[in-house]
Design a protein around this ligand. Sequence first.
Ligand code: HEC
Length: 120
Amino acid sequence: MKSRLLVSFGLVLILFAPGLGFAQSKGDAKAGKLKYDANCVGCHGATGKGDGAAAAALNPKPQDHTNGKAMKALSDKYLFDIIKDGGASQKKSPIMPGSGKKFSDQEVWDIVAYIRSLAK
Ligand code: HEC
């Protein structure tokens, strides 16, 4: 009886551990928030709605990161690449600056995780 319990516990671990590992290796939303607050809110707004102080003057405007439907359509790789290499690298507005010189890849993943956490 005891060993059966252990086996099922082991199975649960095997089933869920890769998922946990994936989430962890992709980024830490809390760490990402600090970077976002310091570097992105001027254009993207404090809550990611695309309503930062500078946004009124921008064309095209930054999108609403809280729009779950729109965000779901964007891959992690696209978010990573545009944050790291800037808008022009993705054939988007060059006003969206690249942060690859400022942040490590892990820090960019942290920001991606944070942006994902904003989407509803
Ligand atoms: C100077 C203003 C400005 C700053 C600062 C800025 N962005 Fe942007 N960002 C933009 C604009 C404008 C766009 C829209 C580009 C387009 O649609 O052509 C954009 C687009 C994006 C997109 C793509 C969204 C989509 O729906 O395609 C992401 C993700 C993003 N920014 C994240 C960030 C992050 C993270 C930071 C901080 C590290 C940041 N941005 C800093 C202006 C800015």
